[in-house]
Design a protein around this ligand. Structure first.
Ligand code: PLP
Ligand code: ZN
Length: 428
């Protein structure tokens, strides 16, 4: 498996490497991109649409349906090796009611919390683990604020590999930690924050011969590209005006941009949407760098939305490139705004974890600022499942979150076991 039809290329200096070389960075320390030869790609809308009614496990995966643009190894090889388990193919909700609350008429929400382990991380992980198999690795590792570790633990387990997880101490949502433990990964709590865990895991992988599946891994980006592609297919290839999503380590916005540019180059879509990346105000290094036109300055991250609580994002250079190519922008929202948006998304019956709802808070801000026009078609991405962070939900509705105003609280009501008293409560 040394000859493959893609290669790796440095985002900083342009140096190239073989497609399956075991490396995560260029010799210059720049991050790497997977580069496909699109002139060889014969994918069309018709082929992709036909796959929607297929019973083949690759076609049914919302990632592997786009395989020619993700890991073009041929169907036979992929049937044998792909770690597919029905990731993707998530709902795109018509969310006009939520749209009315935040000021856009034509709002759609792509719910990536409907993936097998409850977040979009599964899309990158199915590809990352498949590459680990191609490289004949027996163990994989990551540092994570939670969802990456939940996903990696699951995909490692179904592929018969050992999983090693570094998490920041005491700062991980319970739903995610429980998945990592349940799927059997060796889980190490570092006395430090996410950025400390990230530095350690890179050293451990190098010295122990373990495959690194952090967002620095360029193949995870390849899988995550499928989110944007699938949104286009969900909308019958009618390109929306905006795609809005949260930004933490910035892998996801990098991926969306890369995938859409490839679809455009192939002529599968005939224009490009704009992209808006929403950061938490307490974890906003991209927002600052974007606004000031500088390189990233790491910050000490603090936000209730733990999935985007990242002060030193590894993929910022790739990310900026994609935002520029899609005429995009970066904004920030406060924890209060995130939780208010979350209460709206949850009460609509859709529901998502806090970081996901930065999307909706960001849309509201951008409409207020006149950046998004109320008539435009907007697709927001909900990145993770509501049940990932149950403590936050209950504490919000009990009015017990420090510094957060629970304006839409729906607290449980205590009542005696008495029918008259219950009637009184119901009729109130
Ligand atoms: C990982 C994650 C994010 C952030 O994505 P990046 O690619 O790191 O920018 C946002 N929301 C959820 C739920 C996540 O799991
Ligand atoms: Zn380089």
């Amino acid at each position: 498996m040394s000859e493959v039809p893609w290669h790796l290329s440095c985002v900083r200096c342009g140096e190239t490497y073989a497609g399956l070389e075991l490396r995560y960075r260029c010799d210059c320390s720049g991050t790497l991109d997977v580069i496909h030869d699109l002139s060889q790609c014969e994918l069309t809308r018709e082929i992709l649409d036909a796959r929607l009614s297929s019973k083949d496990s690759l076609d049914r995966s919302g990632v592997w349906r786009f395989r020619e643009l993700i890991l073009p190894l041929g169907d036979e090889k992929l049937q044998e090796i792909a770690a597919a388990r029905g990731e993707g193919s998530t709902n795109l909700y018509n969310a006009s009611e939520i749209g009315r609350e935040v000021g856009v008429e034509d709002l759609w929400l792509k719910h990536e919390g409907e993936n097998p382990t409850g977040s979009f991380k599964d899309r990158g992980m199915t590809v990352g683990i498949t590459v680990a198999k191609l490289l004949e690795m027996s163990a994989v590792a990551c540092a994570s604020t939670g969802n990456t570790s939940a996903s990696m633990a699951s995909y490692a387990a179904i592929s018969g590999m050992d999983g090693l997880i570094f998490i920041p101490e005491g700062k991980i949502a319970f739903g995610k930690l429980s998945q990592a433990l349940a799927y059997g990964a060796k889980t190490i709590q570092i006395e430090g924050d996410f950025d400390d865990a990230m530095a350690l895991v890179q050293d451990v992988c190098d010295s122990e011969g373990i495959y690194l599946l952090n967002s620095i891994n360029p193949f995870r980006i390849e899988g995550q590209k499928a989110i944007g592609m699938e949104i286009m297919q969900d909308l019958d290839w009618q390109v929306p005006d905006w795609i809005v999503l949260p930004g933490g380590n910035l892998g996801n916005n990098t991926a969306i941009a890369k995938g859409l540019l490839e679809l455009h180059e192939l002529g599968i879509i005939d224009q490009l949407p704009r992209i808006a990346v929403v950061q938490a105000a307490g974890a906003n290094p991209l927002y600052t760098a974007w606004s000031e036109g500088t390189d990233i300055e790491p910050v000490k991250a603090e936000t209730i939305a733990t999935a985007i609580k990242i002060g030193n994002p590894v993929s910022w250079r790739k990310s900026m490139r994609g935002i520029t190519a899609l005429d995009g922008i970066v904004t920030e929202v406060t924890d209060d705004q995130i939780m208010d948006a979350k209460a709206i998304v949850d009460a609509a019956g859709i529901g998502a974890e806090p970081a996901s709802c930065a999307t909706v808070a960001g849309i509201r801000r951008l409409v207020q600022e006149g950046v998004i026009d109320p008539q435009q078609r907007v697709v927001g991405m909900l990145t993770g499942n509501l049940l990932k962070d149950p403590d936050i939900v209950v504490n919000y509705h009990m009015g017990e979150l420090d510094g957060i105003e629970s304006q839409r609280a729906n607290a449980p009501i205590s009542a005696p076991a008495d029918i008259d008293e219950i009637r009184r409560i119901i009729r109130q």
